[in-house]
Design a protein around this ligand. Structure first.
Ligand SMILES: [Zn+2]
Length: 304
């Protein structure tokens, strides 16, 4: 089977070091097996994203040596496909309107997880038609989740499980303002592009079971997942978008693509010596077994 991977950046700013790392591994995984790379702009949030940023992202990827074979339509132009998926879920009787307000959802009574996110307790699942008609606001739409622990094996993180009912709850698929949510859009888009593997940051690990569940409901195949470690500063702090000097706009003034790629590859355990190297060179000998699963420490001063 042909390997198909994807870059799925949000065009709301420059790529950050962490984005570059995930993109590099996504590319190496695909190119090391002669696969195809697809680019997709995730611009559901049209307030924060722009065509200018999308163009800069394309240039940044090419500067890094991370080529792609085709670009699929951006999410802002995919509403009809999301409508279609919504209809499938609706016909299967799996979605219902939720009229809860923000404050209800985040109230102290709502069950919360350790990371601060809430689990929707199913408040609106069994409202009668009469109760629904009593609300004078537009609802969000949720898909019901079963009482099921979803497990899968991640290429980097190993075995991972999520209890759909107690750690996730019925998921919003379309917001009250009509905008589809990330989980649904990604599932539909990956399916449409024939994506066979998804490589992205660790912060999205718990999204994988959610997306796999939606794939199952929509009759889409499950891709392989690889959630790559987050990059940490030597003091243990997560390097983030706030470290402005580590976005590509700044980094490109100070380092070559080979220096940047070599530094990341060394931190990840892909190469044994810290030296400049091109992505194309790395692809020749890349295997996932070499990639460390723990958080990676990177001293940003290396780029000064
Ligand atoms: Zn509700």
């Amino acid at each position: 089977m042909k390997v198909v991977g994807r870059f799925a950046p949000t065009p709301s700013g420059r790529m950050h070091l962490g984005n570059v790392f995930a993109a590099l591994l996504a590319w190496l995984s695909v190119r090391s097996r002669d696969g195809e790379m697809v680019l997709r702009m995730e611009d559901l949030d049209t307030q924060r994203t722009s065509a200018d940023f999308a163009q800069v992202l394309r240039e940044d990827l090419l500067w890094l040596g991370l080529s792609y074979d085709r670009e699929t339509p951006p999410q802002s132009q995919r509403t009809e496909s999301y409508d279609e998926a919504f209809r499938i879920l609706e016909e299967r009787g799996l979605i219902y309107p939720c009229y809860c307000t923000r404050s209800q959802l985040h109230s102290v009574n709502a069950p919360h997880l350790s990371d601060g996110t809430y689990v929707y307790p199913g408040t609106c699942r069994h409202l009668t038609a009469q109760q629904r008609s009593a609300f004078d606001r537009k609802p969000a739409w949720r898909v019901t989740v079963p009482e099921k622990v979803w497990s899968f094996k991640d290429r980097v993180q190993g075995d991972y499980s999520l209890d759909l009912s107690t750690e996730c709850g019925d998921m919003v698929v379309r917001r009250a303002d009509g905008v589809y949510v990330y989980q649904l859009a990604v599932t539909v888009d990956d399916g449409a592009a024939g994506v066979t593997e998804v490589t992205r940051g660790m912060d999205l690990l718990s999204s994988a079971p959610r997306q796999m569940y939606l794939q199952e409901l929509l009759g889409l195949p499950h891709p392989e997942y690889a959630h790559v470690p987050m990059l940490l500063a030597p003091d243990g702090r997560r390097l983030s978008k706030r470290d402005r000097d580590l976005d590509l706009g700044e980094l490109r003034k100070r380092v070559t693509p080979e220096q940047l790629v070599g530094t990341l590859a060394y931190a990840a355990g892909i190469i044994e010596r810290l030296e400049p190297v091109s992505a194309a060179e790395l692809a020749k000998e890349f295997t996932w077994e070499k990639v460390k699963g723990d958080s990676l420490c990177l001293d940003p001063s290396i780029f000064e």
